[in-house]
Design a protein around this ligand. Structure first.
Ligand code: DX5
Ligand code: ZN
Length: 218
């Protein structure tokens, strides 16, 4: 398995100083920037769209990891690709044709991710692994930062790690929601290699210490 990567979620940043916040986490050792896109329909909250991603793109060299919580997602994939996304992940429930959506993301030259809600079974991935670069396990119900980690998702992470290993494919395994200094080691032990953290990074006084701690290096 590759080294642990930390992807701070912008949702927990100071929205009045976003450029500055992105530069600060990059300097503090963040690997990816996680961007949560919420439409007030697929999830009960509204965040931001491709315009903000485009504006932030020139402030950072980090891979932009875009988590779409919108339905439908297909009409917006090109806009997020053009805005500067590197990874675009969507939920199978966001449209009728997951396979086609992943093909579209790949055709746009981006890495394609599938996000599993807490109630979504791993089996939905069985026939799309060849189109999948990243699997994201939601360890909270999507829509809000600052929720408590659902430990019942740990066996799902372990099952996905086995599925990825058996496939022999290069697929990142990401966890999102309630990842803290306490829960990160459990995610890593279960087989995750990319940790999303909003509150645990942007709520910390020292971003570098928080990122190193999540990675297991402090
Ligand atoms: C929830 C989002 C998460 C969220 C994580 O819908 O997908 O990325 O921002 O926030 P924390 O780390 O505070 O749980
Ligand atoms: Zn997210």
């Amino acid at each position: 398995m590759s080294a642990i990567r930390i992807a701070p979620s912008l949702l927990a940043a100071d929205f009045a100083r976003l450029g500055e916040e992105v530069r600060a986490i990059e300097a503090a050792g963040a690997d990816w920037l996680h961007l949560d896109i919420m439409d007030g329909h697929f999830v009960p909250n509204i965040s931001f769209g491709p315009g903000l991603i485009k504006a932030l793109r020139k402030h950072s060299a980090m891979p932009f990891d875009v988590h779409l919580m919108i339905a439908p997602a297909d009409p917006y994939l090109a806009a997020f690709a053009e805005a500067g996304a590197d990874v675009i992940s969507l939920h199978p429930e966001a449209g009728p044709h997951l396979h086609r959506s992943l093909q579209t993301i790949r055709a746009l030259g981006k890495k394609a991710g599938v996000v599993l809600n807490p109630a979504t079974p791993v089996e939905c991935l069985a026939h799309v692994l060849d189109l999948t670069d990243l699997i994201l396990v939601m360890s909270v119900n999507p829509g809000f930062g600052g929720q408590s980690f659902l430990a019942g998702q740990l066996p799902k992470i372990a099952a996905l790690r086995r599925m990825i290993t058996e496939s022999g494919r290069d697929i990142a395994l990401q966890v999102d929601g309630g990842v803290t200094l306490q829960t990160a080691p459990q995610c890593i032990a279960a087989g995750a290699d990319v940790l999303v953290a909003g509150t645990a990074v942007f709520g910390a006084a020292d971003y570098a210490q928080a990122i190193a701690g999540l990675r297991g290096g402090a």
